[in-house]
Design a protein around this ligand. Structure first.
Ligand code: GBH
Length: 486
């Protein structure tokens, strides 16, 4: 009875951010407009066989030109925030080896102003997978320590031009996924594979993701340090990082499987968050990777004392984790040194965790939202959290406008989010992925995550049922917070 009562009384705080999320390469299009140079993704999508439908983001949803219309759709939903990313190659076509492209700056200035004019907070990601191709050519982007100088240079330009109006910055979007897909599975640029995967463009060592992660963490810390020293006091914004989280549920109660679930996190989530918050890699990562793990300098450690203001979590799915270190088990694609000897695709009584969607990586498991939020809250001392992405797609049928399954998905995941908040997780915002159908990386346009359907021939936007559901959900919550105030 008490449980039900607290649930009824639950209110989102008045300043809670509700929004939609997107990324530059996936929705902007305009791939060479106004001085933008090629990004790593513009180049990668030309490699045959990399994208399911051989498509690319040259036009995508044409958000670059249609953002005013799209912001009107958001305003109509009643959201008070928009999470989007900037295209580095628009702002610095040649990285720090060339000039600032003022047309790119002007574009984002207009867009940020348009967001604010509609009563929404811009929530800005500096890098959502796309980097100027120039930096890939010059020194191999994330594999080189030089990337830190470029990233800090880019971040400073963004703080300088946009920081008077942007109060929420994140440095990276889920670098864990970026590196696993880019350096281990060959599914994202620069298309490297570790030697134990079949479809490699070239066989690289399993160390590459570790090296690239180290460079990303050091880039993050340096950009945050710069923000704190030069901009934060005056601009009064917050800065964080976004990680993808998969809830790893031990496939059994055995100690070995519980430790395996923890190892899976060490090779996925805490891999980045522990260094940024505590200045060290998780113990489980050390234990397995040993001396192949790069080390932080004393300067890095100083910077990591104050390495973020909040954590963004992209929460979609969950998996069973099974130990392959102490017991004989079929390691699956996760069962290698590089991923901690865990089978992260384990089955229990023949079933995967959660409900299948038709997309192999994606099972619906709302409890994972609650569990992941509690896990991160506990490990990082109740730091402020944002769900920076959560959304639903299925193959084929997901195209329909009557997206009942998406509505049910959002409703169940938001309930799980509320449960975590009731238990004390300091969650401050929720962004659904996405307003529009967009270019879904290696899946091309075969997955559709939009509250709005996009016809990629006419570029027409049409609301799905979930758009009116989200609108209604937000307005009910606003009304409740007002009642609570009265
Ligand atoms: C998000 O990641 C991305 O941040 C966003 O850009 C994207 O649009 C959204 O997903 C929806 O796709 O190909 O089987 O190896 C969510 C987590 C992790 C989902 C990697 C896709 C690929 C698995 N992603 N996963 S697989």
């Amino acid at each position: 009875l008490r449980e039900i009562k607290t649930k009824e009384n639950f209110r989102f705080p008045k300043d809670f951010l509700f929004g939609t999320a997107s990324s530059s390469y996936q929705c902007e299009g305009a791939y060479l407009t106004d001085g933008k140079a090629l990004s790593n993704w513009d180049v990668f999508t030309t490699i045959p066989g990399k994208i399911d439908d051989e498509s690319n983001g040259k036009v995508a949803a044409d958000h670059y030109h249609r953002y005013p219309e799209d912001l009107d759709l958001m305003k109509d939903l009643g959201v008070n925030s928009y999470r989007f990313s900037l295209s580095w190659a628009r702002i610095l076509p040649k990285g720090r080896f060339g000039n600032v492209n003022m047309k790119g700056i002007d574009h984002y200035n207009r867009m940020i102003n348009a967001v604010l004019e509609r009563g929404m907070e811009p929530f800005v990601t500096l890098t959502h997978y796309d980097v100027p191709h120039e930096l890939e050519l010059r020194y191999g982007s994330w594999l080189s320590p030089h990337i830190r100088e470029d990233f800090v240079h880019y971040a400073e330009i963004c703080f300088r031009y946009f920081g008077d109006r942007v109060k929420f910055w994140t440095t990276f979007n889920q670098p864990n996924v970026q590196l696993i897909l880019g350096y281990r599975k060959g599914m994202h640029p620069p298309s490297h594979c570790a030697n134990y995967f079949g479809n490699c463009t070239r066989g690289d060592s399993y160390k590459e993701p570790l090296v690239a992660a180290h460079n990303i963490i050091r880039s993050h810390l340096a950009a945050v340090y710069l923000y704190r020293m030069k901009y934060q006091e005056q601009q009064r914004g917050k800065i964080g990082i976004v990680m993808n989280s998969i809830w790893y549920e031990p496939v059994s109660d055995s100690l070995a499987d519980r430790l395996a679930a923890e190892r899976a996190q060490a090779f996925y989530l805490t891999w980045f968050l522990d260094p940024v918050v505590y200045g060290r890699y998780p113990k489980e990562l050390h234990d397995i990777v040993g001396e192949d793990l790069p080390e932080f300098t004393t300067d890095d450690l100083k910077l990591s004392k104050n390495g973020l203001d909040f954590i963004g979590i992209n929460q979609y799915t969950g998996e069973y984790a099974q130990d392959c270190l102490h017991s004989a088990c079929e390691p699956g694609k996760g069962g290698s040194k590089g991923e901690g000897f865990v089978n992260t695709n384990a089955l229990k009584d023949g079933l995967a965790l959660g409900e299948p969607t038709g997309i192999s990586w994606f099972h619906v498991y709302p409890q994972g939202m609650e569990k992941a939020l509690m896990y991160v809250s506990e490990r990082y001392k109740n730091i402020p959290l944002y769900i920076t992405e959560n959304g639903f797609s299925e193959n084929g049928t997901g195209i329909s406008l009557n997206d009942h399954r998406r509505v049910k998905f959002m409703s169940n995941y938001l309930d799980a989010l509320k449960r975590a908040m009731r238990k004390g997780a300091d969650v401050r915002g929720y962004f659904t992925w996405s307003l529009l159908d967009s270019f879904e990386w290696s899946f091309g346009y075969t997955l559709r995550f939009g509250l709005y359907h996009v016809d990629f021939d006419t570029l027409e936007r049409t609301p799905r049922l979930s758009a009116s559901w989200y609108k209604n959900f937000i307005s009910k919550n606003n009304a409740q917070s007002k009642d609570a105030d009265a």
